[in-house]
Design a protein around this ligand. Sequence first.
Ligand code: F6P
Length: 412
Amino acid sequence: MAKKGNIIVGQSGGPTSVINSSLAGVYKTAKERGFHKVYGMLHGIQGFLDEQYVDLSTQIHSDMDIELLKRTPSAFLGSCRYKLPDIHENPEIYEKIFSILDKLNIEVFIYIGGNDSMDTIKKLSDYAIVKGHRQKFLGVPKTIDNDLALTDHTPGFGSAAKYIGASTKEIIRDAQGLTYDKAMVTVIEVMGRNAGWLTGATALAKTEECEGPDLIYLPEVAFDIEKFLKKVSDLLKKKVSVVVAVSEGIKLDDGRYVCELSGGANYVDAFGHKQLQGTASYLAGFLKHELGCKTRSVEFSTLQRSASHMASRVDINEAFMVGGAAVKAADEGDTGKMVVIDRVSDDPYMSAAGIYDVHKIANNEKTVPRNWLNKEGNFVTDDFINYIEPLIQGDYQPFMVNGLPQHLVLKK
Ligand code: F6P
């Protein structure tokens, strides 16, 4: 049998607490399947264009390192938000990419990322087919936003949802402990741009001993600030502590993001996405002004995507599985595809890796179905909770050193 060549893997887009578990899955499966070298691109395709890559065998020396990698948040290899130009706009860039791939004897190119990153897989696999290049291109899903089409959910989402559910419970406890005769409204801001999957996860806080958030606003429904004010003021007539969860991406009827009202969202990335931040702080200020009560805003910000100490076991294992499945698919001849997670059963929860044409996934956003929100659009339904609950189960204890989680860090 002919000896296999090499494989290269990159990480792209906003990191998650389990993106490195997918990297570990790619590495382990590539080694098991007899690929000669496994390279890692540093900072995704952007670094690759500058010939920044590393032989992963210089970084991962043992099964223990694999285990550590699975427990390490953020992108071990470094990430990027880099939009590959269309082929006709810049053919030289494609020639450069393929000349580096040939130089490194790469047979398989794997990219771990979200819908923008799948655009890179789509373009490179199309180019390879048209120009007759031998390399296979496979996508591995990743995003806390859970907004990728055709996969039941995305690796990274379950762990972020677990962190958000747990932290929301803690915020509610904290607020209730401090409110006696003076009212307080806490506004929590959750990531997720145009999809409210993560914001809805605050409803997980509603448990036997916790009443959960009072209101939840997702970007899927236009935000009416006057109705919101009335709702909060009505709640304050019944209770002293009100907790509201809002998505960073809630928009007014006229299309403006709420965070733009306070001058936020000035920064725009390569894909034209505005950086959304400041929604909770704006609304907390607004409520304080209108209602005269104490308010507080909490932004989970990057914590929600890097809290590997709260990672879900299901999520870490699935992230590992999809990494391995991509290598297997490419090795068996697939290209221009993304691995997906299929939900096989709910009780007991079981999932399996499937595969789809990346053209149907790239640049699409899967949002929360309207019927998973209540009529008023200010809370999620039981169907929503039933969908998420299996994804946050189990934990994956970090290796603690001197009281803190240990991580695997790239040695340059
Ligand atoms: O795509 C993942 C994500 O975490 C989004 O939820 C969020 O809007 C965005 O990334 C933030 O990106 P950055 O950290 O680059 O500002």
